[in-house]
Design a protein around this ligand. Structure first.
Ligand SMILES: NC(=O)c1ccc[n+]([C@@H]2O[C@H](COP(=O)([O-])OP(=O)(O)OC[C@H]3O[C@@H](n4cnc5c(N)ncnc54)[C@H](O)[C@@H]3O)[C@@H](O)[C@H]2O)c1
Length: 510
């Protein structure tokens, strides 16, 4: 592959955390980056890495990893470990690119900002959603002044990922092991903290920083998330930007997800991206709306073929460019702190019932001083991912917990589990009013998939009852009891009866 930069200098990269971390291997070579080392405590992840990068050094030991001869570290470890790992990587003399978010508490943020300043090394946050084709196109227009002053935006990153409380985000949902534990952080995620994919694009397009946030709590939750966890609902907040404009930031988990939709309005024009990108021109509410075929600013042939709609490519590109050519990347430590702190403060606002909370500016040493010892967080403190069953539990039974949950709420939601059952039952109800043939066909195909999936679904329902009955007072037991109460377990367990009903319906619509 030909090189993008006008230099032969290369960057030796180590990847720390080999789940998401592996996504970057594909783009590296053309960006003068050689992946030479990997580190993960999980043998399965190390094995996946060995397959993709057979010549690289790989270890479970982070000290041995950091002692290797490489220039930069990509940190994609657990959400709450990023600050500690950044400090360690900088201390080892490496440049750092860190997955979202930068840190977990304001005190950690102060430590990271000051360590980056002291180190003289490049630090980039790996926030990729601003670098979709549409968002990059909007940024270019925005910086030309096309949209005028920022007035209002709504951006969403709504991701119903129950399965990721019980499975790793690899191999189509590999159940967490041992089966009586749950995912280190996704089982307890307070989604206000995971705000970068929606606030990030607005910051990057407009060049503004967030100054305050308020977030009324939403307390209606979905079943199937770990009881006592936090991610089972919508997490809206209103963010005031430095020019006085406002954005509605929406994260969380709902029955109508939008991964990267948004609308952003200035004083001269407005854009909406709910699927297609539209721009309303004329600087008036009744202006004409134009469908837009967004273009990459440059390097489209590279960006097009990589993950997250090109976003993963641009993150690596900016990082390599800063190291090789010295041109600053968008997500330096200060903008990383701005976006990370907005999430932390939104969660605090929500805990206070929706008060307005200031987003501190960590560029200013005197502001940092106020947060140097602020190590509070709003994640559940009474839930331990490793202890969701009582002491002395029967491991032969409880080892089935995460495989059962991952099967009831699978990564591919159309393929089986409770989702597929519900899709078919609701689809049958709506069938007479479905407006086109393609929609009707989707219901018929789902019904046929359900017929094949019913026996294993029934088996998983029975295992869920067994686990819930054995440990009714535990977090795992209460999680299951709610699922059993709220979902149609009788229908899912009655394989013959449900299959007969679905077959009869299929016959009837022929
Ligand atoms: N930008 C995006 O689009 C995007 C997408 C997915 C994940 N992420 C971020 O990437 C990070 C990783 O997410 P993931 O999906 O890979 O899931 P994950 O959190 O399960 O993966 C983390 C990996 O790091 C390993 N690990 C944790 N601590 C370690 C340590 N001290 N030493 C060695 N290995 C360690 C774990 O074994 C695991 O394989 C998260 O922080 C998440 O926020 C970002």
């Amino acid at each position: 592959m030909k090189s993008i930069f006008p230099t032969d200098r290369r960057i030796k990269l180590g990847i720390w955390g080999l789940g998401r971390g592996l996504n970057f291997v594909q783009s590296a070579a053309a960006l003068n980056i050689d992946v030479v080392a990997g580190c993960d405590v999980n043998e399965h992840m190390r094995e996946n890495f060995r397959k993709q990068v057979p010549d690289a050094f790989v270890t479970a030991d982070e000290d041995e990893f950091l002692a290797q001869d490489f220039d930069a570290v990509l940190i994609a470890t657990y959400f709450r470990g990023h600050a500690a790992h950044t400090l360690k990587a900088l201390a080892a003399g490496k440049h750092v690119m860190c997955e979202v978010t930068s840190f977990f508490t304001p005190a950690e943020g102060v430590a990271v900002v000051e360590a980056v300043e002291k180190s003289g090394k490049v630090y980039n946050l790996l926030e990729n959603y601003p670098f979709s084709r549409e968002n990059m196109y909007l940024r270019k227009l925005w910086q030309e002044g096309f949209f005028g002053d920022f007035m209002y935006a709504e951006y969403d990153y709504v991701h119903e990922c129950r399965t990721l409380s019980y499975a790793y985000n690899v191999d189509n949902g590999l159940p967490v092991e041992p089966g009586w534990t749950v995912h280190n952080w996704r089982s307890m995620l307070n989604y206000h903290y995971y705000n970068t994919h929606s606030l990030g694009p607005v910051m990057n397009i407009t060049g503004l920083r967030p100054v305050s946030v308020c977030a009324p709590p939403c307390t209606v939750t979905l079943d199937g998330y770990l009881e006592g966890g936090r991610s089972a609902t919508a997490f809206p907040s209103l963010v005031r930007m430095s020019n006085g404009g406002v954005m509605r930031n929406l994260m969380g988990s709902t029955t109508n997800d939008y991964h990267s939709s948004g609308r952003i309005w200035g004083t001269k024009a407005g854009a909406d991206k709910m699927g297609e990108l539209w721009i309303r021109v004329g600087g008036c509410g009744g202006g004409i709306t134009l469908p837009i075929k967004a273009e990459w600013p440059e390097l489209s042939e590279f960006a097009e073929s990589t993950g997250h709609g090109g976003g993963d490519f641009w993150e690596l590109y900016y990082f390599a460019r800063e190291i090789l050519i010295g041109e600053p990347a968008p997500w330096n430590i200060y903008s990383a702190a701005d976006v990370t702190l907005t999430g932390i403060m939104a969660a605090r606002s929500s805990a206070q019932g929706g008060n307005v909370v200031e987003v501190p500016d960590f560029r200013k040493p005197e502001v940092r001083e106020q947060y140097r010892h602020d190590d509070e967080h709003c994640w559940p403190k009474n839930v331990d991912a490793e202890h969701i069953f009582p002491d002395g539990h029967d491991c032969e039974l409880t080892k089935h917990f995460t495989p059962t949950m991952a099967a009831l709420f699978p990564m591919n939601q159309q393929s089986g589990g409770i989702h597929l059952y519900n899709m078919v039952m609701q689809g049958i109800r709506l069938y007479p009013q479905v407006a086109d043939e393609a929609g009707r066909l989707r219901i018929i195909k789902a019904a046929n998939r359900l017929l094949a999936a019913l026996p294993s679904l029934a088996e998983n329902c029975r295992m869920a009852r067994k686990l819930a009955d054995a440990y009714p007072e535990s977090i795992a037991g209460r999680t299951l009891a709610r699922v059993i109460r709220e979902e149609d377990f009788n229908g899912m367990e009655d394989t013959a009866g449900t299959a007969a009903k679905v077959r009869k319906w299929l016959e009837g619509i022929k």
